[in-house]
Ligand binder design. Structure first.
Ligand code: NAP
Length: 491
């Protein structure tokens, strides 16, 4: 299928090389990787695939650029980030289209991600000049204690395919704000947005070597070599818990600083005193945004037994009106899943739940034809033991199960190894407060279906990860503390 001219021109303007030390170049062993449009399954661009040697060359570039970047005045670093924010805002439509082409999300959502991703540039440009230390007498009065903050050094950033821009800016912006240099490895399925963003950073005046990009189809060996190199000082990873756990083991060898944004299994709890209009709006957002492919996606909808039928009926009616199709088409709410494996996995989870007694209210089988489509699905009466209650669904499937009282809701919600986010719908302030204290998650939406914000500390408890991205916390992931003692100058 021939792409419209504007799409061809946009794709052609994305560099097909690796970015190392300010230069664009091919892979040292000539390897390439194809990038496909999940709405059609067709190859839309072929880009260089880094070798282990290329990965290490990128680390060399980051290491060499580090002293000068760390010594660059905070204001100058802030201004580059701010210019990047302005350029991204000007080119929001191009970035949104590129993301839709390589990842599949509807254009409106892609625009939302550009705005969200851009906020990390603006937020951390504003934080850059505010990194502070402290000075004071020790309790004995015999000395002066000075506490200073320093960039940790060259960082390795690994990002997933589901939010190709925001996951990159959420790491790159605080790293640069803190004075760190980076090597970034985007997901092989969606490298174009990151590459295009790094072209923009160059235009914003970022010096050579500060950000290096190495897309690769051999992430394991390349990452292992980078993590084993003593010049690396930090790993920041967003992706699945199994891969994160493996990387943590490798990072342990070098006792690296790590930030791990891992998987989720969000409970979405609707109490009998909830405003059901708000709850259904929240459910559409928390479940079907990004075609259900979000770590923050509502994985289990736990609904009080007295309102479960009404909630399910209202949600089903809304879901039946969600239009499925290529994300580039107007009005589409459900784009394709990322690949055929994602379609097969989603369907397997649905079949398992149905075999165990769930009923399909809408959707429930893969779509025919081109691309990787699975329709928005509502499953009622999901039974304990169903795999989709313990595994991340990562598809547009709302799994609804009833509960009887608050204690049971809390017990069900916390019965998971994950602890990223929870959603609670209740009109009772006291109950909302109790939920804040009882739910084991790093984030919570109280009567809202989306929580992400550049000014907030994003991150999970339990196996959902370590560390925080965004907020005031985000920059500290890239800073290390030094305490110095000097004698009392008056003694
Ligand atoms: P994934 O398979 O873990 O991949 C994530 C990244 O890790 C990709 O860049 C991938 O490269 C790379 N990778 C895979 N194996 C590796 C290895 N052995 N060594 C080094 N890197 C390796 O996860 P995904 O399927 O892309 O993303 C979905 C997962 O991310 C879900 O679990 C979701 O919950 C999680 N997620 C979490 C957050 C959060 O903030 N907590 C946000 C978004 C997504 P390739 O692309 O080449 O495989």
């Amino acid at each position: 299928m021939t792409l419209p001219l504007a799409q061809q021109q946009l794709l052609a303007s994305v560099n097909d090389g690796l970015h190392i030390g300010g230069q664009w170049r091919g892979s040292s062993h000539g390897a390439t990787v194809d990038v496909r449009n999940p709405a059609t399954g067709e190859v839309i661009r072929t880009v260089a695939s880094a070798s282990v040697g290329d990965g290490l060359a990128a680390l060399t570039a980051a290491d060499e650029a580090f002293p000068a970047w760390a010594a660059t005045p905070a204001r100058e670093r802030a201004e580059i980030l701010r210019r990047a924010f302005d350029l991204l805002t000007e080119r929001a439509d191009d970035f949104a289209l590129l993301m839709t082409l390589e990842m599949g999300k509807p254009l409106g959502e892609a625009r939302g991600e550009v705005a969200y991703g851009g906020e990390f540039l603006r937020w951390f440009s504003e934080r850059t000049a505010h990194v502070t230390g402290r000075y004071g007498a020790n309790p004995e009065g015999s000395g002066r204690m000075i506490v200073t903050q320093h960039p940790v050094g060259p960082c390795y950033l690994i990002t997933p395919w589901n939010f190709p821009l925001a996951m990159a800016t959420r790491k790159i912006a605080p790293a640069l704000a803190a004075g760190c240099t980076v090597v970034i490895k985007p997901a092989t399925l969606t490298p174009l947005t990151t590459t295009y963003f790094v072209q923009l950073l160059q235009e914003a005046g970022l010096p050579a070597g500060v950000v290096n990009v190495v897309t690769t189809s051999v992430p394991g060996p390349m990452s292992e070599a980078i993590l084993a190199d003593p010049r690396l000082r930090k790993l920041s990873f967003t992706g699945s818990t199994p891969v994160g756990r493996q990387l943590l083991k490798q990072a342990a060898q070098g006792v690296l600083r790590t930030s791990m944004e891992l998987g989720g299994n969000a409970p979405f709890i609707v109490f009998d005193d909830a405003d059901l209009d708000k709850a259904v709006d929240g459910a559409i957002l928390a479940k079907f945004r990004n075609i259900g492919q979000a770590c923050t996606a509502a994985n289990r909808m736990l609904v009080h037994v007295d309102v479960v039928e009404e909630f399910t009926a209202r949600l089903t009616e809304r879901v039946e009106n969600l239009v499925m199709g290529p994300g580039t088409e107007p009005g589409v709410a459900i784009g394709p899943l990322i690949d055929d494996r994602a379609v097969a996995k989603t369907d397997e989870l649905v079949r398992d739940a149905v075999t165990r007694g769930a009923s399909i209210r809408t959707g429930g089988a893969p779509a025919d034809g081109h691309g990787y489509f699975y329709p928005a699905t509502v499953l009622a009466d999901v039974q304990p033991g169903s795999a989709l209650l313990t595994e991340e669904i990562f598809g547009p499937v709302a799994a609804i199960a009833p509960f009887r009282d608050e204690d049971e809701a809390v017990a069900l919600a916390n019965a998971t190894e994950y602890g990223l986010v929870s959603y609670v719908f209740t009109e009772s302030l006291a109950r909302g407060q109790r939920m804040i204290e009882r739910l084991e998650t790093g984030m919570m939406g109280l009567n809202v279906g989306a929580v992400s914000n550049a000014a907030a500390p994003f991150g999970g408890w339990k196996m959902s990860g370590l560390g925080r991205e965004g907020g005031d916390e985000g920059i500290h992931e890239y800073l290390q503390t030094k305490y110095t003692l000097t004698p009392n100058p008056f003694a």
